[in-house]
Design a protein around this ligand. Sequence first.
Ligand code: AHM
Ligand code: MG
Length: 346
Amino acid sequence: KYKKKSQYEIQTFTNWLLRQEQADVIDAELTVVLSSISLACKQIASLVQRAGISNLTGVQGAVNIQGEDQKKLDVVSNEVFSNCLRSSGRTGIIASEEEDIPVAVEESYSGNYIVVFDPLDGSSNIDAAVSTGSIFGIYRPNEGCFPDLGDNPTLDQLEQNCVVNVCQPGENLLAAGYCMYSSSVILVLSVGQGVYGFTLDPMFGEFVLTHDDVKIPLKGKIYSFNEGNYALWDDKLKKYIDDLKDPGPSGKPYSARYIGSLVGDFHRTLLYGGIYGYPSDKKSKNGKLRLLYECAPMSFLVEKAGGKGSDGHRRIMEIHPEEVHQRVPLYIGSVQEVEKLEKYLA
Ligand code: AHM
Ligand code: MG
């Protein structure tokens, strides 16, 4: 573990990455991909902070593949993220919440890694200057999934090839993380061993290690659900939430906290413990959140920090996506809280 020697000695994200590479935890190519992601996050942080000044609030006027109104910043952040990954020269295929289908990076720039991301999650919060975040996950190409497509592959074949490579279960993730744009800008990631957090120092524009080997508390006293949907929930889930609110003999019910921004709500859950949930309901039978670039990366992180990510019945990490934008119910947080919920839903 890194030990601070003097008050002026800091560990930047770049140094940390190089140490991981030296220790053979990640290879040189992944180091470049992660460093290009940190650059994208810095750029998006600055766009988010200046949104009200540079006329970047409000909607773009387009609707994405999932039928959601795109905010101006959704579109810009997607471009920033994609450009940083392309110009790293180490990414083969990218899939984003804001793109209909995954796309292959032009061959001359291309590398091997597959990156899935939500460039600006929780963007409904932007116009009120409330927390948002970017989420990402990194995979190797699916084994045997670069079939020989011949000299003149059709567009359909190429598209299908990208989809097959991207649709992998969370268990195959090599690295995942998020960057939260809030009162501080914090990049949290795992490359397979432990979870580390880096805070952007606005004085010199570098991410600095501030959260060393994060572990989520075994239990917590906070629940984070959009309770406006209560009437649409299954009775078993209603009972679970009712019981959390019952003060019981201790006289202390759970506290409710809900930002409506997965990254912010997850970050708090990771540090303080408790449970975050986005259930299925009568309107949306698979909930709202997307498996590939929201639920799987967060589940990878929570497991590396000693917590659990579940769809109510099984590990999110084991679910094989059939489609890029597939949705799944998500319950994530402290082991004891998620296990309790699974018992109620059983
Ligand atoms: P988005 O990807 O379109 O921003 O939607 C995802 C967001 C999450 O950040 C958040 O957890 C959830 O939607 C909130 O949804 P709701 O407003 O239904 O509570
Ligand atoms: Mg999202």
